[in-house]
Write a protein that binds this ligand. Structure first.
Ligand SMILES: [Fe+2]
Ligand SMILES: [Fe+2]
Length: 239
């Protein structure tokens, strides 16, 4: 009973996050916001998965969970043989940027915007010195939005990236295989976020961290809110 309760509360946090954050709104995507997403989110994938999430793995004393974290990171930064055709996720996103007409060298040379930088510094505080279970929620809470069931309308039905895939395809006249970055995350992020959700269900009560887990989820999602709103604001500066 208590177990179910903590998962319900986590789901509520994710749902509130989707309902209040600009990028999940019905007409959020413009061409310049897509460009800003490529420039910033490629860096996000590389930084979170090579630095921040690995610190959570370092802090985790349970071998199998530690390895699961490292395996999920490897898919993002080294090679995803399961969902990504052997490419890391940042590279699949870079290729998508080129497909929509962006310059590869410019994508590669991008630096954090002021919003992104603020989020990375905040995540560093929340993820690197936290109890491993709280860090694990930091690792996985935003990947949860790619699982159907949060927010409203098509995002709720298809998961966020499941919905975004169709939006980008229409806006940029892309083929199915061009938007694989979004498609692969429907499956990959079910797996990646389950790592957090499953272990909270298993360990939060035992470790007496139920309230702390919810608080960690809430605070991490505020940082994500700043990050995604920042992508929209950056894109708007290109208009
Ligand atoms: Fe990914
Ligand atoms: Fe992921």
């Amino acid at each position: 009973m208590a177990k179910k309760n903590v998962i319900d509360r986590l789901d509520q946090e994710v749902n509130d996050f989707v309902n209040r954050t600009l990028i999940y709104e019905g007409n959020a995507w413009t061409k310049n916001r897509c460009r800003a997403f490529v420039l910033q989110h490629r860096q996000n994938t590389r930084h979170r998965n090579s630095v921040l999430k690995l610190k959570v793995a370092t802090n985790c004393p349970i071998w199998d969970i530690k390895i699961d974290i490292i395996e999920a990171c490897a898919q993002e930064i080294i090679a995803d043989n399961e969902f990504g055709g052997g490419k890391p996720h940042w590279q699949i996103l870079e290729d998508l940027g080129v497909k929509i007409g962006m310059d590869r060298a410019e994508i590669q040379a991008a630096t954090p915007s002021k919003w992104t930088q603020l989020s990375w510094d905040a995540w560093s505080g929340l993820m690197t010195n936290a109890h491993w279970l709280l860090g694990l929620i930091g690792n996985t809470c935003s990947e949860r939005v790619n699982v159907p069931g949060y927010g409203t309308g098509p995002t709720r039905e298809l998961g966020w990236f499941g919905h975004v895939r169709g939006v980008w395809q229409e806006m940029w006249e892309l083929e199915d295989e061009d938007v694989n970055f979004f498609k692969l995350h429907t499956e990959a992020d079910l797996e990646h976020s389950e790592l957090g959700w499953r272990n909270v269900a298993k360990y939060a009560e035992e470790l007496n961290l139920e309230d702390e887990v919810i608080e960690a989820c809430h605070r991490n999602l505020i940082v994500w809110e700043n990050y995604f709103n920042g992508i929209c604001h950056l894109g708007d500066t290109f208009d």
